[in-house]
Design a binder for this molecule. Structure first.
Ligand SMILES: Nc1nc2c(ncn2[C@@H]2O[C@H](COP(=O)(O)OP(=O)(O)OP(=O)(O)O)[C@@H](O)[C@H]2O)c(=O)[nH]1
Ligand SMILES: [Mg+2]
Ligand SMILES: [Zn+2]
Length: 296
């Protein structure tokens, strides 16, 4: 019998396939159909526990591994949430880099500030990190806590009916959030007292289905992310704020460094654009030029 299955996770040459009846079947991949990741839809020969074919993907998220090889993390993503925590500090550059990658999948992007229970302390008496600039980019910014449940209903509502992936650094609580949203599941979470980056508790992306029709993909934490983009047109997708000001630069090919009549630098000077956004733009623009991918 041939069954249409969702790929929950991949382990080497095997996958966990979610069958139409809701049961999970550990299934083998053959070399002919090897390009299969979490979120894919595959046709499975249930008797032989073998994947016969994969359906075309809407999109897929990739990243470079430690050997600079391109790895596909997950496929068929509607919405990607960049998860951060107020401490040790919010990784602004990582957010900006993810934003470019997500917008070009294409998929919708949002920011989730988890561990908001830690935001109100003596050393940070405000409501946490200032991410107001991202709101101006029409990006939802949700403050939540997997531990206290704060903001989880808003996150659930924003995720309804879509396939959502959680991305971000290790230790920010991506798995904890999915665990809090789906109490019947059993996710691996870093032990209390082992907080912080670099522990990499989650080692492979995994798909979870909610009763409200949403899907959640938990992904391994990353230290860095480089969007795979082909040129400047794709770069501006992640920087509508920079490109809005750039339209008024004197030179069309302005690099927004020290050119006369640069409207982007002027916007930074006038407090209309955070300098960190301009720095992130420059850095990614340079990597495009270095990679020979610039188209002007
Ligand atoms: N105070 C507080 N701690 C939290 C919260 N959410 C998660 N944690 C803790 O943060 C630590 C890391 O949580 P994980 O869910 O394993 O983090 P992760 O993002 O999945 O990490 P990787 O799998 O390594 O990418 C654990 O000790 C959690 O208990 C929260 O809302 N508040
Ligand atoms: Mg995890
Ligand atoms: Zn300029």
């Amino acid at each position: 019998m041939i069954l249409r299955c969702r790929v929950l996770a991949r382990f080497g040459s095997e996958i966990d396939a979610l069958q139409p009846d809701g049961s999970v079947l550990r299934t083998h991949l053959r070399r002919r159909v090897d390009d299969v990741v979490c979120g894919d839809v595959v046709m499975v020969d249930a008797a032989g526990a073998v994947v016969r074919s994969r359906e075309p993907r809407r999109n897929h998220l990739t990243r470079r591994d430690g050997f600079n090889r391109l790895r596909t993390i997950a496929a068929n993503i509607d919405r990607a949430w960049i998860v951060v925590a107020p401490r040790p500090e919010v990784p602004h550059l990582l957010i900006d880099r993810f934003l470019v990658g997500i917008r070009n999948l294409p998929a919708e992007a949002g920011i989730v500030v988890n561990k908001s229970d830690l935001a109100f302390t003596a050393d940070t008496p405000t409501s946490g990190p200032d991410l107001s600039h991202y709101l101006q980019l029409s990006l939802p910014v949700l403050r939540v806590s997997a531990h206290t449940g704060l903001g989880l209903e808003a996150l659930r509502a924003a995720a309804a009916g879509a396939c959502n992936i959680l991305v971000g650094p290790s230790g920010v609580g991506k798995s904890s959030l999915i665990q809090a949203l789906l109490p019947a599941e059993r996710l691996r979470i870093a032990a209390v007292g082992q907080r912080g980056e670099g522990r990499h508790t989650t080692t492979t992306a995994r798909w979870y289905e909610a009763e409200d029709g949403a899907a959640w993909i938990d992904s391994p934490g990353v230290r860095d992310f480089s969007p795979e983009i082909a040129g400047i047109d794709q770069l501006v997708q992640g920087f509508p704020d920079v490109s809005e000001h750039a339209a008024n630069c004197r030179f069309r090919n302005c690099t927004h460094r020290s050119e006369p009549g640069c409207a982007v630098s002027a916007a930074v000077d006038r407090g209309l654009l955070p300098v960190a956004r301009l720095q992130a733009w420059r850095e990614l623009r340079e990597s495009l030029v270095a990679g020979g991918q610039s188209r002007g």
